[in-house]
Structure formats: C-alpha cells, structure tokens
Ligand binder design. Sequence first.
Ligand SMILES: O=C(O)COP(=O)(O)O
Ligand SMILES: [Mg+2]
Length: 229
Amino acid sequence: MSLKGLFNPRWPGVALFDLDGTLVDSAPDLAEAVDLTLRELGRAPAGLEKVRPWVGNGAKVLIRRALAGKRDWQPPRPEDDELIDSALEIFFKHYRHTNGKYARVYPGIKECLDHLRSCGCRMGVVTNKPQQFVAPLLEQTGLADYFELTLGGDALPEKKPEPAPVLHAMKELHGTVGTTVMIGDSDNDVNAALAAGIPCVAVRYGYNSGAAIDSLGADAVVDSLVELL
Ligand SMILES: O=C(O)COP(=O)(O)O
Ligand SMILES: [Mg+2]
C-alpha cells in the first residue's frame, strides 16, 4: 500500500502507533522511577540522559539496563533473577506515581491524530510498555479517546520486534496488510512492521539513536508526523 492511501479520506485505514518516544515523551517519568529504584537498592542514580536510550524494549529490559548501568546488558546469570524481579517490583511501585508526571505529547501528534480521525482511520497503540501503565498515560496526556485498542508489551507472549502484537492489533481493528501502517521511533517498531508485512513510518525525534533510524528500512522517516498530512 502507498502511505498516501492511508491518509486519503476516501480510503480509511488502520494506524498503529508506538507510545514511548513516538506519541509521548515519557522518558523523564521513567528516569525518575528508575533512579528511585536504584537509590532504594543502594545504587547511584543513572539520570535522564542515560535512561532515555534504554527505553523501548519493555520494563524488564529497562531494569536490566539500569542494573548493568549501560544499554547493552549481558544475559543475566541465574543468580541475578531474584535481583531483577525485586528491582522490577520496586520500579513498578515508583512508576505508578511518576507515570504521566512530566510526560508531554510531541508536537504535531494531536494534529495528525485529529486528521486521521477525520478520515475515518481506526487507531491503536502497540507498545512494549506494560499494559497497566498504558491507559493512565494516555488519559493523563489527553490521548485516550483517539484509540480503539491499546496493546501493552505484556498483553501477548511476544512483544515487538516480533510481529505478533502488530498482527493482533491489525486483526482487532479489521485492518489488512494493504490498509495498515505502523508508526514508531525504534528498530523494534520498524522490524515488527516489516515482519508483519506492513509499511512503517519512523520518527527521528524518539529514543532510537538519530543516526540509525534512517537506515532501518522504514518506508518514510519524518521529523514530525504533520509531514504526512
Ligand atoms: O516501555 C518501553 O520500553 C517503551 O515502549 P514503546 O516504545 O514500545 O512504547
Ligand atoms: Mg518507542
């Protein structure tokens, strides 16, 4: 399908959006919860700049990265399992309070969502963020009403970059391979879309490294979603 087709009012399609780093800049909330977790474990806080590129593979990987102090965590040894599980529980406790606290909708998002809605496009969120945090963040940022479906990273056995969540959301919204598009900020989004056989629009402003996003194989790479309208 051409991307133009989706944005044509006479051919309403299905648009699946990534959440963190695409619709909403949520890294400050996540960073505060990560740092509160690290402090509670007697460790030094990481800070927003370090945490930002750690976001995108779900909460458990975020916590593994935080415990490792770097993005490329080693596969954990069996003796680390208990630490990771208890750190994750502490993180959830703090993130319940910081989720939505500083989060901001990126420029151009509301214009894009309003336009798609006026075209009759059906919209869903497919995120690796745990399901329990998705609705509160969408409510807090005023985006909840745009979406008929939200699929968190723990809603299915597999998360992005596997195609399963994308295919599931597409089916739920009665989309087809020819009428559905994924919009995201990271290699997980592009790879999930490619594996599902649907086109993908990547945004440059998110949490994936700016240099790499152009070479991931997205059908379009934009600085703002208003460029698509
Ligand atoms: O929780 C995360 O890792 C972020 O997930 P998302 O970029 O898929 O929304
Ligand atoms: Mg993202």
